[in-house]
Design a protein around this ligand. Sequence first.
Ligand SMILES: Nc1ncnc2c1ncn2[C@@H]1O[C@H](COP(=O)(O)OP(=O)(O)O)[C@@H](O)[C@H]1O
Ligand SMILES: [Mg+2]
Length: 235
Amino acid sequence: MIKIDALTVQFGGIKPLDALDAQFVAPICGLIGPNGAGKTTLVNVLSGFVAPITGTILLDDTLLLALSPRRRVGVGLRRTFQQELVVDELTAIENIQAVADHVSGDRASARREVALALDFVGLGERRNTLGRQLNLFERRMVEIAKTLIGRPRVILMDEPGAGLNEIETDRLRRLLIEIPSAFDCQLVLIDHDADLIASVCIETVVLDFGKRLAMGPTRAVLDDPVVRHAYLGRE
Ligand SMILES: Nc1ncnc2c1ncn2[C@@H]1O[C@H](COP(=O)(O)OP(=O)(O)O)[C@@H](O)[C@H]1O
Ligand SMILES: [Mg+2]
């Protein structure tokens, strides 16, 4: 569980997060909002790339902001990036192995975890393909596999569905739904695709201008007139 209290981030004159209170409790939670709402900034704060000026964040009973980014990985926090970070010159398995070298225990368990993650995302047969030869969907799968290494507790995914076609989105959907039970962890999903959010996320938080616009069961949140207005008004 992630509990956020009075979180404010300031960049010069703007506050991408403004006294934000929010909780992510369900096994899969959505984080949505119009462009510029502060979603990526929140992921950056949670993972330790951006420091807030005020606020507290609890990951279960751990005060997250007191930990370095590295320690946060140590307590099980994982994230993906909007721009995926797959190394072109490494194979699929080497990209994942590089993470295991940092977060897994011994070599044998690292090998096991890497093989499991590769199979889980459906890249078993592409394991020896170079990053640069993987298509967009396969690169996303490498990114997701990397988050599954080393006993994740919470995985933050920043728009894993962006640019995918319908068939790929459906494969992503089925994969995401399996993650919490298969890896005993929580998933926080950012996406623009309301259908994907509705079919995967039990609860959803909506941001707008750095503030919480809505929070609760996903269907109720998506049907909330205030939320619909925020989207229809600007997108
Ligand atoms: N490093 C930064 N410096 C200045 N402004 C930033 C920085 N990162 C994000 N912002 C601004 O913060 C706001 C929220 O951005 P972001 O968190 O990326 O939104 P989202 O992911 O919801 O589209 C935007 O107005 C953006 O321009
Ligand atoms: Mg973003």
